[in-house]
Design a protein around this ligand. Structure first.
Ligand SMILES: C[C@H](C(=O)O)C(=O)SCCNC(=O)CCNC(=O)[C@H](O)C(C)(C)COP(=O)(O)OP(=O)(O)OC[C@H]1O[C@@H](n2cnc3c(N)ncnc32)[C@H](O)[C@@H]1OP(=O)(O)O
Ligand SMILES: [Co+2]
Length: 134
């Protein structure tokens, strides 16, 4: 079902500030910054091997990122797994009784189609399913 870790989502207070650690200390290269209105986030992608670090900054006070940081501080907020077909994956999750946050796929960064599973069903990890064309 899931084929790889598409990205690791890390909640940060300030994108530009946080990118410095990944570039200057870890030697990664910023691939791009994008705002995803619907999710109320600004994201920065830093590729590493065949996966990516996705830094996430809230764009509104009611962003899930703002709420996460309020409660838990900065840190890993979700892990995204790549799927071939997100509709089929959601159908399978539904069949297996997994609590879905998104019944239908939504738009993610880089034109991905994404859907979240509730941490209650995943032993506490916020899971994002991510389908990318090509
Ligand atoms: C666009 C880009 C992309 O990749 O393309 C993205 O990733 S967008 C990434 C940003 N967007 C998202 O994260 C969308 C999906 N997230 C959500 O809908 C929400 O954040 C949520 C439903 C996971 C949590 O919402 P909330 O904080 O209002 O709910 P609560 O505070 O009641 O939390 C419900 C329970 O989940 C736990 N909980 C909350 N957030 C997380 C998290 N990130 N990881 C693990 N557990 C979590 C809380 O501790 C609580 O557990 P307990 O009850 O035991 O205390
Ligand atoms: Co993500």
């Amino acid at each position: 079902m899931v084929t790889k870790v598409d990205h690791i989502g890390v909640a940060v207070n300030n994108l530009e500030e946080s990118v410095k650690f990944y570039e200057e200390i870890l030697g990664l290269k910023l691939h791009g910054i994008e705002t995803v209105e619907e999710q109320k986030v600004k994201v920065a992608f830093l590729p590493i091997g065949d996966t990516e670090i996705e830094l996430l900054e809230a764009t509104t006070p009611d962003s899930p990122i703002a709420k996460f940081i309020e409660k838990k501080g900065q840190g890993v907020q979700h892990v995204a797994f790549r799927v071939e077909n997100i509709e089929e994956a959601l159908e399978e999750m539904r069949r297996l009784g997994i609590q879905l946050i998104d019944e239908k796929p939504r738009y993610g960064a880089g034109g991905a189609r994404i859907a979240f599973l509730h941490p209650k069903s995943t032993n506490g990890l916020l899971v994002e399913l991510c389908e990318r064309k090509g």
